[in-house]
Write a protein that binds this ligand. Structure first.
Ligand code: ADP
Ligand code: MG
Length: 356
């Protein structure tokens, strides 16, 4: 592993209006050229974490360092403009009475007028806004405003860019293409970034690594594939997509389930809670594998274009299975499910221990 660009170590932050800290003992690192995402539901402390890193808020405890330089700890608090960090705010925060080039040039403080203009034109080219220099923000589309905010944030060549839900106010159609363009730009320019989002799809497709947040704390950090395929808790499994939870006994890496015997990833053993994604189940007319699967009835189906999800009731419990779009089964059919793989998860809440 290369040395870290940003190190966040055990930061905690509370506001007097709240009884408990909003950010609880958060630690993670961002490596050079890496795109990291903080993923979690609204109100879990994502924006506060970004604001602490940017220097708009002061942590109650913990250390933030960039390369070998301390940005914040118990005694140090560098102002935002001294941190070498760019910020794209959720609402873009453009100056309404400044035109595009003035908004962008604002991001470059110490430079001659001419140098500012030249660099502003350069970054406007990078974000594909050449020709719109003299427009006012309210004469731009949402996507264009977002690119102005991005240009302003990168004009001073920050080592790290912080992006707070930058795609959430774009139309769904524009969201994906903009996301791909921004990712390509960051990679081409070698800019490291932290994206904050409540959208699992966005975090999984945009980030090289991500941290899943719950109630101000980080629940799991890993690559998109690792957190999706090997969630450690019920919360992470659930937040990253649909899943089936089931109690089972694991022995020698295998468990007997209503979907037959299944291989359990990792080192779990004994009585555990398993998470089995809908795409890790196969639907079949009978137990052709002889694996001991129980039969059930299809009680619902959701057509999603490229695939189909059935809801199958087995012994009074509903399970979700994903199949090809042209799968022939229909509601009411008696079927069996076969599990391909499963992963043991720790219950995140007390209620989940008492009954899923
Ligand atoms: P997220 O970005 O994940 O939606 P935030 O970090 O914005 O979450 O907010 C987390 C919690 O902290 C919320 O309950 C919010 O009301 C509270 N909060 C954020 N900023 C302040 C503040 N300046 N004063 C008091 N409470 C705040
Ligand atoms: Mg927020």
């Amino acid at each position: 592993m290369p040395t870290q660009l940003l190190t966040v170590n055990a930061i905690t932050k509370g506001f007097t209006a709240h009884q408990v800290p909003i950010v609880k003992d958060i630690s993670f690192s961002v490596y050079p050229d890496e795109i990291f995402a903080l993923l979690g539901p609204s109100g879990c402390g994502k924006t506060t974490t970004l604001r602490l890193i940017a220097g708009f808020e002061k942590a109650d405890a913990g250390t933030i360092a960039m390369e070998k330089r301390i940005l914040a700890n118990r005694t140090v608090h560098l102002p935002p403009e001294s941190r070498g960090i760019g910020f794209v705010f959720q609402d873009y925060a453009l100056f309404p009475h400044k035109n595009v080039i003035e908004n962008v040039a604002f991001g470059l403080r110490k430079a001659s007028k001419r140098a500012k203009r030249e660099r502003a034109l350069e970054v406007l080219r990078m974000v594909d806004l050449t020709g719109l220099q003299t427009r006012l923000p309210h004469h731009l589309s949402g996507g264009e405003q977002q690119r102005v905010a991005l240009a302003r944030a990168i004009i001073a060549r920050p080592k790290l860019l912080l992006l707070d839900e930058p795609f959430s106010s774009l139309d769904p159609g524009l969201r994906q293409t903009t996301r791909e363009e921004v990712r390509a730009l960051l990679k081409a320019e070698g800019i490291s970034a932290i994206l904050v989002t409540h959208s699992q799809e966005e975090a999984l497709s945009f980030a090289d690594r991500l941290g899943v947040m719950k109630d101000g704390a980080l629940e799991q950090i890993g690559t998109p594939e690792a957190v999706y395929r090997y969630p450690k808790t019920t919360y992470v499994a659930d937040f990253l997509g649909q899943t089936n939870f089931i109690y089972a006994h694991v022995k020698n890496g295998r468990a007997q389930t209503p979907f037959g015997r299944v291989k359990v990833e990792g080192e779990a053993s004994g009585d555990v809670l398993l998470s089995i994604r809908p795409e890790c189940l196969k639907i079949m007319a009978s137990d052709v594998w002889g694996s001991g699967a129980k039969s059930g009835r299809i009680v619902g189906q959701m057509f999603k274009g490229h695939n189909l999800t059935y809801c199958v009731e087995i012994e009074g419990e509903d399970y979700f299975v994903q199949t090809d779009y042209n799968c022939p089964y229909k509601v009411g059919d008696i079927v069996m499910l076969k599990a391909i793989s499963a992963v043991a998860v720790t219950p995140s809440n007390r209620s989940e221990v008492d009954g899923v």
